[in-house]
Design a protein around this ligand. Sequence first.
Ligand SMILES: [Zn+2]
Length: 232
Amino acid sequence: MVHPDPTRPPAGPPRPGARAAVCRVCGRTVHGGLAVCFCCRLVAGQLGLPLVRTVVVREYRVGDDVHRCLRGYKDAPTAGARDRLRRRVAADLASWIDRHDDGLGAGLGPWVAVTPVPSTRRPGPAPAGALLDTVPALAARHLPLLVRGSGLPGHLTACRDGFAPGPGVGRSGLEGLPVLVFDDSVTTGARSQSAAAALRMAGAHVVGILAVGRALPPAPGPAVRSAIGDCN
Ligand SMILES: [Zn+2]
């Protein structure tokens, strides 16, 4: 259980010799003796909920090969290129699962359904869902449980109403269901934690979030860059 204090200010740059630790929620390096990074404290405060753990397969920087694949499988100009990159990302994810003894648990515990975070930018099915369907170990348990809600979660904005159970997904079916939330890429975790929150409020047992990639650093602006620097 995580008890973040969203009122606590960002730790700022690490002091020389300061002890580095790992955020209990997302696994980022955090300085200053804190148990939870600034991003997770911020998101938990916005949601008013303790967060679920996030496991990340790869970290990337904008413009590197991982970033190009994760963007390109959605945005490449031709269907052929998108398909090729999707298969490349899926092969990397499948390899990661194979290399980890508890790959299918993702270090988070047993789950029976994996559901993608819906896109907040694109209409239609979540691209992450197509990625799930390309990894046989995950495809068999892929259940698209969520749709976009009335709220608008974003890079630094988490909200409980950003997502909602989809048509035909009732509370009776979700009650106690062990679910893994899946996304192709996370930055602060605001969107993926919003998706997890929607499922939890509908009765599901969200074991955690599995993300293929995490951006380092996000840096949307100087003030935010300074604050989020604590997360990297
Ligand atoms: Zn964190």
